[in-house]
Design a protein around this ligand. Structure first.
Ligand code: MIC
Ligand code: SF4
Length: 642
C-alpha cells in the first residue's frame, strides 16, 4: 500500500512510537519557530532544561505579536528573547520584520522538513510542503533541545481540488469552504492533505492561506505537495537549493476524500463569532461596515497586498469605514513601496500599520462599539478584536476592499470589473538584515541574557495525586476557545512572561470572578463542553489555571494543542464517558476522583459528585502518564535527563 504525503514525512522523521492511527508517534523536528507572546515562556522553559545550544537544523525567534510598547514590559521581553536567542543558537527576527508565519514561508521553510512552532498557525508552512505543527512553548523548548515531538497519529483527509478559481474568488474562499464543510471540530485528529489537478493553479502564498486556516478546523496539520510552483517560489526567494519535489504515492490511502471544484466556488464570508459560520458574501449584501482590516498571517503576502492595492488604486475608502493594511513582512512592505502599490493603498485613505499581527490579536485598531469589522484574518471569536460587542466577519482581501469602497458588505464581483491582473515577481527583494544570526558556540558564553522585572519564573507543576477532591469552580459550554480561557489583547498580552499577573485575567470573558474564586478554593476542577480549548497554542491557557490551582478539566472533548498543554502543565484532561452527564454537574459542587493511577492505566475513572457516580474516560500514553505523575513536562524532562 502506498503512502500519502503526510505519512511519508512522518515515516522519515519517526524516532519512536508507531504510525498506527491514534497511537503516539514521536517525531524528529528539523526546525522550530517561536513568536514573542509565547516565546518568553518557551525560552524560560528552555533555560530551565539546562541545555546550552539548540540541536535543531534551524530555530528562529520572531517578534510580531507584542509590538505595541505601551510600557516597559514588551520591550523587556523583546530584549530577553533577542539575548537568549543569541546565546543559545537561535536566529532572531527583529520587531517590524514581519509575522512569523509569513517570514518563515519566505525565508526558511523547506519542503519535506518538520517544523513546530509555539503558535497554532505554524502549519502555514505546509503551503511549501513542510509538515508543520502548532505546539505549546514547552514542546517547542524540548524540540529545540533535540527532543522528539509527540503527536497522536492522525488520520489523513485528502481534499481533491479540480478546476481553477474564477476572478475575485480566492484561496481564502477555499479556506472558508472547507470550514463550512468540516466545521471548527472537523479537523481534530486529522491532517488535511491537499491534492488534485487544481493544486497547480495555486501559488505558494495562496496555498499558505489555505494551510494557515487548517488551524481553524482543529487539524493537526495541513499540507500541499511540493511541485514546480514551489520551485518557482523558492527560486524567486533565492532559495532554489531548498527545493525537493514531494507527492503522495499514486495508490496512497486516505480516511476520506473531499472534492472541491475551484471553478464552482464564490466569495464567502464567516459571520460572528466562529470561523465556520460561513455564508456567501452576496447573502449579506447591504450590511453596513464600520471597519475593514487587511493583513494577518492568513492574508498578508505580497500577492494579497498587490490585489488589494490594485482594487484600491484611484478609488477612496467610504467615509464611514476605517480601514487598515498591515503587510505580512518587511519584504512585502518594501516591495509594495518599490512598485508604487503602497501609494495606491495610502491614497485610498487606508491606514498603514506595522508588519505584525496587530488588530488580529487585539493589539490596537479595535473596532468601535457594536461595530461591524470585516477582516482578512482567521479568527472572529467574541471579544478577540478588543471590542466586546463588535461583530467580526472573515473575508478575502478582494471582498474586504470591495466592502471598504462601498461601505457595506459587497461581493467583489458586483464591482463590474473584469479581473485583477496581479503577478508574483520572478525575484523577491531579499534582504535578511533584520534577521540576526546567533552567536558562535565560542562567543555564546559571553552573551548576557537580559531580563526585565516583568519576567517571572515558570510556575512549578504539581505531581498528579491518586485522589483529587476539589470544587467545580467553573462550568462552561461548547467550543470554549483559548481566547476565553486566557484572553489576549493589548491590556493582557504584556503579562505573558508573568504568569501570576496574567492569571488575574483567566476566564475573564466568561466570569470575571473566576480567578479570585479559584485562588481562594486552593484546588479546583473545571467542566467544559465539546472542543474545549480550541484556537491558539498559548500554553498560558494551561499555566494560568495551573497557577490558580486547577487540577483537572473534564469536558465532552478537547482541542489537540490545548489537551497537550494541559498535560504538559500537569493538569489532567478527562472526558465524560457519556456526554449527557455534563448536564448533571453544577458549578460550586465538590467533586472527587479517586484511584487516579489505576484509572490512568484502565482508561476509566469515576467522578463522585454528591450521590452521583459519573464515569469518565482518558487515553493517556505511558509517556503522558509519566509527565502527569512528574507534575508536568518540565519536571519530567529534568527527571529524564538526570
Ligand atoms: C492567535 O492567533 O491566537 C495567537 C495569538 O497567534 C496564538 C498564540 C498566542 O496566544 O500567543 C496562536 O494562534 O497560537
Ligand atoms: Fe498573529 Fe493573528 Fe496569525 Fe495569530 S492568527 S499569528 S495573532 S496574525
Amino acid at each position: 500500500m502506498g503512502l500519502n504525503l503526510a505519512q511519508k514525512i512522518i515515516r522519515s522523521h519517526l524516532v519512536g512510537g508507531s504510525m498506527e492511527p491514534g497511537a503516539e508517534a514521536a517525531l524528529r523536528i528539523d526546525q522550530t519557530l517561536t513568536q514573542d507572546a509565547t516565546g518568553t515562556m518557551a525560552y524560560l522553559e528552555f533555560e530551565a532544561m539546562g541545555i546550552d545550544r539548540v540541536r535543531t537544523e534551524r530555530s528562529v525567534a520572531y517578534i510580531d505579536h507584542n509590538t505595541l510598547q505601551s510600557g516597559f514590559e514588551n520591550a523587556d521581553d523583546h530584549r530577553y528573547i533577542q539575548s537568549v536567542a543569541k546565546k543559545h543558537g537561535v536566529w532572531f527576527s527583529r520587531p517590524g520584520n514581519g509575522i512569523c508565519h509569513q517570514v518563515h514561508l519566505e525565508r526558511f521553510g523547506v519542503p519535506g522538513k518538520t517544523l513546530i512552532g509555539s503558535d497554532s498557525h505554524t502549519p502555514t508552512a505546509g503551503g511549501l510542503g513542510m509538515l508543520a505543527f502548532g505546539a505549546g512553548g514547552l514542546d517547542v523548548a524540548v524540540a529545540m533541545g533535540g527532543g522528539a515531538y509527540y503527536i497522536n497519529m492522525p488520520q489523513v483527509i485528502r481534499v481533491e481540488l479540480t478546476g481553477a478559481l474564477r476572478p475575485f474568488v480566492t484561496a481564502k474562499d477555499v479556506s472558508l469552504e472547507i470550514l463550512r464543510i468540516l466545521t471548527v471540530k472537523g479537523g481534530v485528529g486529522r491532517i488535511i492533505e491537499w491534492g488534485g489537478d487544481g493544486v497547480k493553479t495555486l501559488s505558494v502564498p495562496e496555498r499558505a492561506t489555505i494551510t494557515n486556516m487548517g488551524a481553524e478546523l482543529g487539524a493537526t496539520s495541513s499540507i500541499f505537495p511540493s511541485d514546480e510552483v514551489t520551485r518557482a517560489f523558492l527560486s524567486a526567494q533565492g532559495r532554489e537549493a531548498d527545493y525537493v519535489p514531494l507527492a503522495p504515492d499514486p495508490d496512497a490511502e486516505y480516511e476520506r476524500v473531499i472534492a472541491i471544484d475551484l471553478s464552482a466556488l464564490e466569495p464567502l464570508i464567516a459571520c460572528p463569532h466562529m470561523p465556520d459560520n460561513v455564508v456567501p458574501v452576496r447573502s449579506l449584501k447591504g450590511v453596513k461596515v464600520d471597519q475593514v482590516c487587511i493583513g494577518s498571517c492568513t492574508n498578508s503576502s505580497l500577492y494579497d497586498m498587490l490585489k488589494a492595492a490594485a482594487l484600491l488604486k484611484g478609488r477612496t475608502v467610504a467615509p464611514g469605514v476605517s480601514m487598515s493594511v498591515s503587510p505580512g513582512s518587511r519584504q512585502v512592505l518594501t516591495m509594495l513601496a518599490d512598485c508604487g502599490a503602497l501609494t495606491d493603498i495610502l491614497s485610498s485613505g487606508a491606514r498603514l500599520l506595522e508588519c505584525a499581527c496587530g488588530p488580529c490579536i487585539g493589539m490596537g485598531f479595535s473596532p468601535n462599539s457594536g461595530g461591524v469589522s470585516l477582516r482578512t484574518f482567521n479568527r472572529n471569536f467574541e471579544g478577540r478584536s478588543g471590542t466586546r460587542d463588535a461583530r467580526v466577519y472573515l473575508v478575502s482581501p478582494e471582498t474586504a476592499v470591495a466592502s471598504a469602497l462601498t461601505g457595506e458588505i459587497t461581493d467583489p464581483r458586483s464591482l463590474g470589473l473584469d479581473k485583477l491582473d496581479v503577478q508574483l515577481p520572478t525575484r523577491f527583494r531579499v534582504d535578511d538584515s533584520a534577521i540576526l544570526p546567533p552567536a558562535s558556540p565560542m562567543e555564546a558564553a559571553q552573551v548576557e541574557v537580559l531580563r526585565g522585572p516583568n519576567i517571572k519564573a515558570v510556575p512549578e507543576g504539581r505531581p498528579v495525586s491518586d485522589c483529587i477532591e476539589a470544587e467545580l469552580t467553573l462550568k462552561v459550554g461548547d467550543n470554549i476557545t483559548t481566547d476565553h480561557i486566557m484572553p489576549a489583547g493589548a491590556k493582557v498580552l504584556p503579562y505573558r512572561s508573568n504568569v501570576p499577573k496574567i492569571s488575574e485575567f483567566c476566564f475573564e470573558v466568561c466570569d470575571k470572578t473566576f480567578a479570585e474564586r479559584a485562588k481562594a478554593a486552593g484546588q479546583s476542577i473545571l467542566v467544559g463542553g465539546v472542543n474545549y480549548g480550541q484556537g491558539s497554542s498559548r500554553e498560558h491557557a494551561a499555566l494560568a489555571p495551573l497557577y490558580l490551582g486547577v487540577r483537572a478539566v473534564i469536558a465532552k472533548s478537547f482541542a489537540r494543542i490545548h489537551a497537550a498543554n494541559l498535560i504538559n502543565a500537569g493538569i489532567m484532561p478527562l472526558c465524560f464517558a457519556d456526554p449527557a452527564d455534563y448536564d448533571k454537574l453544577e458549578q460550586g459542587q465538590t467533586l472527587r476522583i479517586a484511584d487516579i493511577y489505576a484509572g490512568m492505566d484502565s482508561g476509566e475513572m469515576i467522578l463522585e459528585a454528591g450521590q452521583l457516580r459519573i464515569p469518565l474516560r482518558c487515553a493517556f500514553t505511558e509517556r503522558q502518564k509519566a509527565v502527569l505523575k512528574a507534575g508536568g513536562l518540565l519536571n519530567y524532562t529534568r527527571e529524564e535527563s538526570l
